[in-house]
Design a protein around this ligand. Structure first.
Ligand SMILES: [Zn+2]
Length: 459
């Protein structure tokens, strides 16, 4: 493999508080040198990419994606999912365990890693289930799953209802020092709810999901985590109350991190009234006040990680034939009949996110909610720390040659027909975004290029 040099970009690496004009040299898949621009003399056969006007950051990491493989090839495969991830600027993704079969044995994790190898794109970390079959009764073999490649444990999609199981799981997690990622939902409170409980649910005539459905479980699980010593990660926080609970638990010594998704911090439940099934997820889009609380928490560091919760679904599982005509996208749906409300409640949860996550997160920077360095911490440095990927999340010499080059100026329109993901379920169709991954580089190899890679004249 020829050495690779990224020349003249704005390098942002919050691990070392670097933000300036640097050149990055990658040799044999590792960062060989990071020096002020114009001072490096690369070997003669180096491929040089002109990064003038671009941002060069540690490879982005998404700790929460669903690639549906094995089991649901009509929604996504590891190959298509990892290509979508590369196009979205991600160099590593952690793929959740709610596949079929569930990733609760080393052989399934091994299959996922084999497929990832064949994709020749973004790296994959197989997230291990916490309980066998996600059934909430019997723990997986934590150590065996770690040996098979797991660096995070989660029954995501399903909450862990049994407190005693959770206590035992924390004990295992403390032993191997990998985090448990919790999907916090009290399903008794969710009931047949389709969206946030509030004006929108009332207007549409659908059952609502109260804030308490999430907050009760966050409160319970953080109380258990305090003193357990285990790293605990709260997935997709959606409410102001959850954020307050995380802040409070940290002051009491909980080893707790949390993530927010771009849809929860860019949209409120008004989007559900327009997009219905394509804006339906668990937890649901919340109120404008909750969105404002997420912004404050992204800025002040309470939220550690931005994760997409990429959740591809086919039109059948979303019941689009029946529901799409009711939700025109450009205006609110009319009040639903009881039959339609019931079908909406049974429409699958989740939206795709790998190819829109970075563009949406960049809106936070554009609006001044967070700075660029914080964005890189949320999408690269902190995810690497959560997964304990010591050689990632930074561009320091010796680190992996995993790099994302961002064009912060390019304007584009979200067009699901152009997604590399197999699924199209997104409420962001037609949204104008600014900023995109220009190059995604894994171990010194370009796995995605927004435009054909043009080598600089090196003389
Ligand atoms: Zn979840």
């Amino acid at each position: 493999m020829r050495p690779l040099m990224l020349r003249g970009g704005r390098v942002i690496d919050p691990a070392f508080e670097i933000d300036g004009a640097y050149d990055v040299l990658v040799i044999d898949g590792e960062i060989d040198a990071l020096e002020p621009s114009g001072t490096l003399a690369p070997p003669g056969d180096t491929v040089v990419i002109d990064c003038t006007g671009l941002w060069v950051v540690p490879g982005l990491i998404d700790v929460h994606v669903h690639l549906r493989d094995p089991g649901f090839p009509q929604k996504e495969t590891i190959i298509t999912g990892l290509r979508a991830a590369a196009a979205g600027g991600f160099t590593t993704v952690a793929a959740m365990a709610n596949t079929s079969p569930v990733d609760d044995t080393p052989s399934i994790a091994g299959y996922m890693l084999e497929q990832a190898h064949a994709a020749r794109a973004t790296r994959l970390i197989p997230v291990s289930a916490v309980t066998k079959g996600l059934a909430g009764r019997e723990l997986v073999d934590f150590a065996a799953m770690a040996d098979a490649g797991a660096r995070l444990y989660s029954d995501d999609g399903i909450p862990i209802d049994n407190e005693a199981i959770l206590v035992s799981a924390f004990r295992e997690a403390a032993r191997i020092n990998f985090a448990i990622s919790l999907h916090e939902e009290d399903r008794a409170l969710t009931g047949h709810g389709a969206c946030n409980a509030g004006d929108v649910s009332k207007r549409l005539g659908v059952a609502g999901i109260p804030v308490a459905a999430e907050a009760h479980r966050v409160r319970r699980d953080l109380a258990i985590a305090v003193g357990a010593g285990a790293p605990v990660h709260i997935a997709h926080v959606s409410t102001a109350e959850s954020i307050e609970l995380v802040r409070a638990a940290r002051t009491r010594g909980a080893n707790a991190t949390c993530e927010a998704t771009p849809h929860h911090f860019m949209l409120d439940d008004g989007a559900f009234a327009r997009f219905g099934p394509n804006a339906k997820m668990a937890p649901p889009l919340r109120s404008g006040e909750d969105v404002a609380a997420l912004h404050a928490a992204l800025a002040d560091g309470t939220i550690d990680v931005i994760a997409s919760d990429h959740a591809p679904h086919d039109p059948v599982s979303k019941h689009l034939d029946r529901l799409a005509p009711l939700f025109p996208g450009d205006r609110d749906a009319a009040r639903l009949s009881p039959d339609d409300a019931e079908i909406l409640a049974s429409s699958a949860n989740g939206i795709v996110g790998l190819e829109t996550s970075l563009g949406l997160a960049l809106e936070l920077v554009d609006k001044g909610v967070i700075g660029v360095s914080r964005l890189v911490a949320l999408m690269a440095m902190n995810p690497a720390r959560l997964l304990r990927l010591d050689a990632q999340g930074t561009l320091a010499p010796g680190a992996c040659g995993d790099i994302t080059v961002i064009d912060p100026k390019v304007e584009w329109t979200v067009d699901p027909a152009r997604f590399l993901s197999m699924s199209r379920n997104t409420p962001f169709t037609g949204r104008r975004l600014k900023g995109k991954a220009a190059y995604t580089i894994v171990a010194g190899e370009v796995v995605h290029a927004m435009r054909p890679l043009v080598e600089m004249n090196r003389t």
